[in-house]
Design a protein around this ligand. Structure first.
Ligand SMILES: COc1ccc(CNS(=O)(=O)c2ccc(S(N)(=O)=O)s2)cc1
Ligand SMILES: [Zn+2]
Length: 230
């Protein structure tokens, strides 16, 4: 999604408030499309509020999209530039809807924080995830993941873009308030290569490396992207 050129500064936008409880972390698994870290969302223990949001939203899972090479991989672009990978932290509106599955179908059901990954310094917090990847190389493999604070993957800079959009994988429902952080996080080449060692395929099948698991850019049409910064 082309950010920046077509964005309008909105002075009404508030800072996003993020409060995650690291002990709500459950497991990390390979679902055949990406790898996901899932959280216990049975109570309001890991939530975001503020920003463009009317309600608070509960953290459900986070996952990544990345390319086969560093020239592409993100699902949003800034100034026509792709990043090598993009993190999505998926939250749902448990104030308005009883279940995640119902929230997925509603316009104000989900809020996804997008964070760009840029090639650079080693990322200590990400390394914890990278160390777990060999154990979930194949589709439908899972390992327990007791404590992880996803805040370590979110840049300090408060600036973000926001727009009303959709899931980037089926069911592609238009239920997402996208909140894309302007500042990328830096990860090193070995960490990106570790993502590319995962497989789309199950154990025993012909190996297909998990790369280029991003949706191609979609036309902006008449959508407005707002920025929280000038
Ligand atoms: C009806 O039950 C359902 C319906 C839909 C899902 C999909 N899973 S999901 O909603 O977490 C996401 C899919 C794509 C995401 S992205 N790349 O836009 O952040 S998030 C699961 C269960
Ligand atoms: Zn995603």
């Amino acid at each position: 999604h082309p950010l920046w050129q077509n964005s309008v500064y909105d002075p009404v936008l508030k800072p996003l408030k993020i409060s995650y409880d690291p002990t709500t972390c459950l497991h990390i698994w390979n679902n055949g499309y990406s790898f996901l870290v899932e959280f216990d969302d049975s109570a309001d223990r890991s939530i975001i509020v503020g920003g463009p949001l009317e309600n608070q939203y509960r953290l459900k899972q986070f996952h990544f999209h990345w390319g086969a090479i560093n020239e592409w991989g993100s699902e949003h672009t800034v100034d026509c530039k792709f990043y090598p990978a993009e993190l999505h932290l998926v939250h749902w509106n448990a104030v308005a809807y009883p279940t995640f599955e119902e929230a997925v179908m509603e316009g104000d059901g989900l809020a996804v924080i997008g964070v760009f990954l840029k090639l650079g310094a080693h990322h200590e917090g990400l390394q914890t995830l990278v160390d777990a990847l060999p154990a979930i190389k194949h589709k439908d493999t899972v390992i327990e993941f007791d404590v992880f604070d996803p805040s370590c993957l979110i840049p300090q800079c408060p600036d973000y873009w926001t727009y009303a959009g959709s899931l980037t994988t089926p069911p592609l429902t238009e239920s997402v308030t996208w909140i894309i952080k302007k500042q990328p996080i830096e990860v090193d080449e070995n960490q990106l290569e570790a993502f590319r060692m995962l497989l789309f395929t199950s154990d025993g099948e012909e190996e297909k490396r998990m790369v280029d698991n991003f949706r191609p850019l979609q036309p902006l049409m008449n959508r407005t992207v707002r920025s929280s910064f000038q």
